[in-house]
Structure formats: structure tokens, C-alpha cells
Design a protein around this ligand. Structure first.
Ligand code: ATP
Ligand code: MG
Length: 366
């Protein structure tokens, strides 16, 4: 089939690689220059977006921030209705969708302007996280506030002029044990396949690393996560790979999952699957769109460590037989994801030690 992907960043490139491997043709739209490009080269083709849309059998995206003009041009070639995923680009609507679907999230309240914000803050007796409704990623457009701190009143006033100036949500700060995500795919004919839950560690609100496949699956939590995945994707009529981030609160039999965020696309916490599984999250997205069979998944314990704000991946890592390194070819600046390494390692403590060893040279956060 012929696939057109909206977006030609690293996610678009990886989707294109899977398309090619699975026997499809693929072109990418550079959404900044509004030009059509082949995979693997930043060269504009002499093909208009309209012509590329006409060429394609299926149109999909690397990121859910879609240009309405592209959506209109793609028409019935987008297998998921773009209007339906719009709530996932707006935190108030995303939270409401979870409430409507009875999928637990952290307690929350919305505000539309500074007056509502000032009022709303008074309802909270414990620490909160404030998030702008639109446009946040990697911990940006987020603020924290603790009503118990000595300077709470002054901070609340300052926040009214930063956090409060746009619509947003206030949500309870969750004392989570860990963060996990489920990444899975739903095919055109409704088949669903999910990876085991993976554990994600964030630094400064940015995903630092993912542990995949080290522990036996907690079947109860896996079933809960897969049920949330099924309810959300069926509600959206979604086709492709999607990720749900959760907080794990409580331990053992009392552990529960609270949804933090839903990403209707391939996701950084699924990058381990490029080397840690017989089918990557990119493969599953393409197989979903083209209605190909899903495989039985064979997962290897894998550490995915992000390269953030550094200028290169150290030579020693490129040379390590356990490592597959991915460099995105982007300009580097502090806090920007520029690559990642997947490490094939069987012990969780060994993976932890590797993180501690390599994080200082691989991650410049600010
Ligand atoms: P992403 O890059 O995943 O899209 P984001 O900037 O959109 O991230 P979130 O996922 O909401 O934002 O938050 C980033 C991180 O900040 C979370 O993974 C978590 O570590 C922390 N965080 C966010 N909300 C809360 C909360 N309510 N309680 C505790 N920690 C939180
Ligand atoms: Mg997140």
C-alpha cells in the first residue's frame, strides 16, 4: 500500500522504515515547510500535498497536533476520525473523557482564566500540579504549588500571572510508586495487541529511561491497563499505535493505575520495542493501518535510555555489543530529545547501574 505520514521528525522516519520493511511505499509531509519528502532525506519533492494525498491509500501522523487543512485534504484516508482525537490535545477534554469512560485519573479541576484559577486554587489543601490545557510536552507548561508551604500565598499570586493566564487544569500531585505505560495497537478490523506494561522514569518532567520486560507481568495491572486501552481506542474508533501513561499508586495487591496522559501515536516509552521485541511499535502501527496480521510478541528485557540535549552518543556506547544506538540528526539543545540507546541486558540492577553510569554524559536537561 501507499502511506503518507504527516510529520517527518524521528517518529515519522521510524514509521517509514517499518513501512518499507513491511512492503509498503511511504512518503512524509514536513509540516513546518508544508512540503512532501521521502524517508531519510530532508529534500522537498516536486509533489504538492494535494498530489501526495491523492497518491496515498492511507494517511497517518507522527504527532496528534494536526493541521486542519491537512485533515480536510486527507478526508477518508485518515483511518481515525481527527475530530475524535482532538480531546487528546486538550487536557480538560482528555480528563473529562477518562471520567466519562470511568477510567481512573488523578482528581482534577479546570479553569478558563485568571479569576477562575485564583478561585479554584482555594479548593486544594494538598500539593497540586497545574497544567496548561494546550501545548505542553516534556514537562513544559506545568507548574507546582503546595498550599502548605510558607510562601504559598505569594506563589499563588505569581502563578495567577503565569499558569492562570490560559485555560488549564489543576490536579492533585500523586505520590506514585512508579510510572508505567501501556503501548498497543488497534487494527482497522478492531483487533488489539498490547505490549507488557513498561516502567518509565522521568527527570524534570522529561522521559529519561524505560525498563521493559525485566519483571514478570503483574497480570492484574496488565489486564486493567489493557481494558483501559480497549475502552479508549474503541471509544475513539482509533486505528494504529497508542500509548497510555499511568501512575501506580499503592503496592502489591492494593496497587492501582491512574491515567496520566494518552498519546494517540507511537510514543517514546515504546522505543525499546525497536530492538526488544520481534515487532516494534512502529511495525504495529503500520500493520494496523494496512490490516496485516499481528504477531505473537516475544519480548527481551531491554533498557531504553534517552539522549537529551547532548551533542553525541559516546563512542563506547556505539561500540558496545549489547547496545543499539539511534541518533535523530537534530540540532541539540538542553532538554531536547536527540536520540536514544536500547540496551539488551537481562538484569534489572545491571540496567539501573548502566543508567547511572551513562545519564550524566547522555542527558543535559537545562
Ligand atoms: P509528555 O512528554 O509525556 O507528553 P507532558 O509534559 O505532556 O509529558 P505529563 O506526562 O503530564 O506531561 O507530566 C510529565 C511528568 O511530570 C509525569 O510523567 C510525572 O513524572 C510528572 N507529573 C505530572 N503530573 C503529575 C501529578 N499529578 N503528580 C505527580 N507527578 C506528576
Ligand atoms: Mg507524559
Amino acid at each position: 500500500m501507499k502511506l503518507l505520514i504527516l510529520g517527518n521528525g524521528q517518529l515519522g522516519q521510524m514509521l517509514a522504515q517499518s513501512s518499507i520493511q513491511l512492503g509498503h511505499e511511504c512518503l512524509l509531509v514536513n509540516t513546518r515547510t508544508n512540503t512532501v519528502m521521502p524517508a531519510g532525506a530532508h529534500v522537498a519533492l516536486s509533489l504538492s500535498i494535494e498530489e501526495a494525498m491523492h497518491w496515498a491509500d492511507v494517511v497517518s501522523w507522527e504527532h496528534e497536533q494536526l493541521d486542519p487543512e491537512h485533515v480536510a485534504l486527507a478526508a477518508n484516508k485518515l483511518l481515525t476520525d481527527a475530530d475524535k482525537i482532538r480531546p487528546l490535545t486538550h487536557r480538560q477534554l482528555e480528563k473529562k473523557m477518562c471520567d466519562d469512560l470511568r477510567i481512573p485519573t488523578s482528581p482534577w479541576q479546570s479553569f478558563q482564566n485568571a479569576d477562575e484559577f485564583r478561585q479554584a486554587l482555594q479548593n486544594w489543601q494538598e500539593a497540586v500540579v497545574i497544567k496548561a490545557a494546550f501545548g505542553g510536552y516534556d514537562g513544559k507548561s506545568q507548574w507546582r504549588w503546595d498550599p502548605k508551604s510558607a510562601s504559598a500565598a505569594a506563589e499563588a499570586e505569581a502563578l495567577t500571572h503565569s499558569a492562570g493566564v490560559q485555560p488549564g487544569i489543576i490536579e492533585a500531585m500523586i505520590p506514585f510508586n512508579k510510572e508505567v505505560s501501556i503501548v498497543g495497537a488497534r487494527a482497522k478490523d478492531g483487533r488489539i495487541l498490547c505490549y507488557p506494561l513498561v516502567e518509565n522514569v522521568h527527570r524534570n518532567g522529561i522521559l529519561s529511561h524505560t525498563f521493559a520486560g525485566f519483571e514478570a507481568v503483574d497480570e492484574r495491572l496488565q489486564a486493567t491497563a489493557e481494558e483501559a486501552f480497549r475502552r479508549i481506542t474503541e471509544h475513539l474508533g482509533y486505528v494504529g499505535t497508542l500509548a497510555i501513561e499511568f501512575f501506580v499508586v499503592g503496592e502489591g495487591d492494593a496497587a492501582e493505575l491512574l491515567v496520566n496522559e494518552i498519546a494517540p501515536r507511537v510514543h517514546n516509552s515504546g522505543h525499546w520495542s525497536l530492538t526488544g521485541c520481534n515487532a516494534s511499535q512502529f511495525d504495529l502501527h503500520i500493520r494496523s493501518l494496512t490490516n496485516m496480521p499481528f504477531p505473537e510478541l516475544a519480548v527481551q528485557p531491554t533498557l531504553m535510555l534517552n539522549a537529551i540535549g547532548c551533542t553525541q552518543i559516546p563512542t563506547e556506547l556505539w561500540q558496545d555489543a549489547r547496545v543499539q544506538a539511534f541518533w535523530y540528526g537534530k540540532d541539540s539543545r538542553p532538554g531536547r530529545k536527540v536520540g536514544h540507546v536500547n540496551v539488551n541486558i537481562s538484569s534489572r540492577s545491571g540496567a539501573q547501574a548502566l543508567c547511572e553510569h551513562w545519564t550524566p554524559s547522555l542527558q543535559v536537561l537545562s
